[in-house]
Ligand binder design. Structure first.
Ligand SMILES: NC(=O)c1ccc[n+]([C@@H]2O[C@H](COP(=O)([O-])OP(=O)(O)OC[C@H]3O[C@@H](n4cnc5c(N)ncnc54)[C@H](O)[C@@H]3O)[C@@H](O)[C@H]2O)c1
Length: 373
C-alpha cells in the first residue's frame, strides 16, 4: 500500500476490503509522506521492518527485486500522486488498485492506459459504489431491457462535511489537500465526489453523455476550489440527465442517489440504503427489490451473506478487491478475465472521469455553455 498511514482515511478501508474475502495479504507499504510516520504506521500494522518503506519509488524497486515481492499495490494517497505512484509500480511489473480520481490531468490518465496495456497488468480504480449488489443488479436490469430505452439519468451526491465549522476554518483550508489545486487537481467537489456520481450513472444506465453544461461554485469565501457543482447532460440517444454534487448540503451525510427512467419503468437506488433497489413500471406500483432475494447473476456474485442480513460499504469495496484478484489470477494463468469480474472499474473509467472534469471546467469557464465530452 502507498498512503494510508496513521490518521489517514481511506487506506484502512482498503485494508479491510482487501482481506474480507481472503484474497490478499498485506505485506509491504510506503504508508506516509512523513518518514517516521511511515515506519511507525507499518510497525503498528505488523509489517516486517524491511518492508516498511519511506519512499514509494524505493518500494517499487525493492519489491520488484524480491522473490516474494508484492503482486499488486493499493494507491491511497492524495490525488496528485496517483499517476506517479501507479507509473512506478506498473513499470516494475506490479498490478495496481488505485483510488479515484485517476490523476489530476487527462494526459497523465491517458498515459496510464497505454502503460497498463503495454505491460499487460490489471489496473483497477476503486469507484466503490459499483461494488454494491443492487447497483450491479440495476445495471443488469437496464441491460436486459427491463426499463425499456433509457430516457433520463439523474444522479446526485450530497455531503455536508465541508460546511462543518472545522472545515470552514481558514487554517484547515490552507493545509488540507482537498482545497489545494496542486494536490487535489483543478477541481474540489467535482473531482472528489462528482466523479463517483458520473461513474455510477454510466455504470448503471449503460450510456455515456456526449455533451454537458456545468456550473461550479464555492459557497465558502476564499476556498480555492469548488465545493458544489451542478451539471446538465445530453446523451447520443436523445436521453437527458442531471448531475448534482455538493459538499455543502446541510444535513446530508453520504447521499448518493441515482434514478434512471426508461420508456417502460424507472429504477431508484439510494446509497444509504444499499440493500434495496426500487423499480416502478409506467402507471404501476413501486416494487422494492432486496439483495438476498434477487436472482440476477451480477447481484448474487456480489453478495456474501444470506438475505435480510445487511451488507454495506465495506462489502462493496471488498467486491472490487475480489474482482481485482480474479482478474489478476486469470491474467497470470493467461486466461480471459472471468465474466463476473468484468465489471470492475478500470483505468479507462478513470480517463472518462478525467474527461468529465475537463468538460465541467471548460463549460464553467465559458459561462456555463454546452460543451462536448
Ligand atoms: N473510493 C472512495 O470512496 C474514496 C473515499 C475517500 C477518499 N478517496 C480517495 O483516496 C485518496 C486518499 O484520500 P484520504 O481521504 O484517505 O486522504 P488522507 O489525507 O486521509 O490520506 C492520505 C495518505 O497519503 C499519505 N501520503 C501523502 N503523500 C505520500 C507519499 N509521498 N508517499 C506515501 N504516502 C503519502 C499521507 O501521509 C496519508 O497517509 C484520495 O485520492 C481520495 O480521492 C476515495
Amino acid at each position: 500500500m502507498v498512503g494510508g498511514g496513521d490518521g489517514a482515511f481511506i487506506g484502512a478501508v482498503h485494508r479491510i476490503a482487501a482481506r474480507l474475502d481472503d484474497c490478499y495479504e498485506f505485506v509491504a507499504g510506503a504508508l506516509s509522506s512523513d518518514a517516521q510516520r511511515a515506519i511507525a504506521s507499518g510497525a503498528a500494522l505488523r509489517l516486517e521492518p524491511d518492508r516498511c518503506y519511506t519512499d514509494y519509488r524505493e518500494m517499487a524497486r525493492a519489491e520488484a527485486a524480491r522473490e516474494d515481492g508484492i503482486d499488486v499495490v493499493a494507491i491511497v494517497t492524495p490525488n496528485y500522486l496517483h499517476a506517479p505512484v501507479a507509473t512506478a509500480f506498473l513499470e516494475a511489473g506490479i498490478h495496481v488498485i488505485c483510488d479515484k480520481p485517476l490523476g489530476i490531468t487527462l494526459a497523465e490518465g491517458e498515459a496510464l492506459v497505454d502503460l497498463a496495456r503495454a505491460k499487460g497488468l490489471v489496473f483497477a480504480l476503486t469507484h466503490t459504489y459499483s461494488g454494491y449488489p443492487m447497483v450491479r443488479h440495476a445495471r443488469e436490469l437496464v441491460a436486459a431491457g427491463a426499463i425499456g430505452e433509457v430516457r433520463q439519468v439523474h444522479v446526485e451526491y450530497a455531503q455536508d462535511w465541508m460546511a462543518d465549522a472545522a472545515a470552514q476554518d481558514p487554517a484547515f483550508q490552507a493545509t488540507d489537500w482537498h482545497n489545494d489545486a496542486r494536490r487535489a487537481g483543478p477541481t474540489g467537489c467535482t473531482g472528489d465526489i462528482g466523479t463517483h456520481a458520473f461513474h455510477i450513472a454510466g455504470f448503471v444506465s449503460g450510456i455515456q453523455p456526449n455533451e454537458l453544461l456545468a456550473e461550479m461554485h464555492s459557497f465558502t469565501p476564499n476556498r480555492a476550489l469548488d465545493d458544489h457543482v451542478q451539471v446538465m447532460l445530453r446523451y447520443p440517444n436523445g436521453a437527458r440527465g442531471t448531475l448534482w454534487a455538493s459538499q455543502m448540503a446541510a444535513g446530508c451525510e453520504n447521499a448518493l442517489k441515482l434514478r434512471v427512467f426508461g420508456t417502460k419503468a424507472s429504477l431508484a437506488f439510494d446509497q444509504e440504503h444499499p440493500n434495496e433497489l426500487w423499480i416502478t413500471p409506467q402507471g404501476g406500483s413501486a416494487q422494492r427489490l432486496t439483495r438476498g432475494r434477487v436472482r440476477g447473476d451480477a447481484a448474487e456474485h456480489a453478495t456474501r451473506i444470506p438475505s435480510g442480513h445487511p451488507e454495506g460499504y465495506l462489502e462493496a469495496f471488498a467486491q472490487l478487491y475480489r474482482d481485482g484478484a480474479a482478474q489478476i489470477h486469470a491474467m497470470v494463468a493467461k486466461q480471459p478475465p472471468p465474466a463476473d469480474a468484468a465489471w470492475l472499474p478500470a483505468v479507462e473509467d478513470g480517463v472518462a472521469g478525467l474527461r468529465f472534469i475537463d468538460a465541467v471546467l471548460e463549460s464553467d469557464r465559458r459561462g456555463s455553455r454546452w460543451v462536448s465530452l
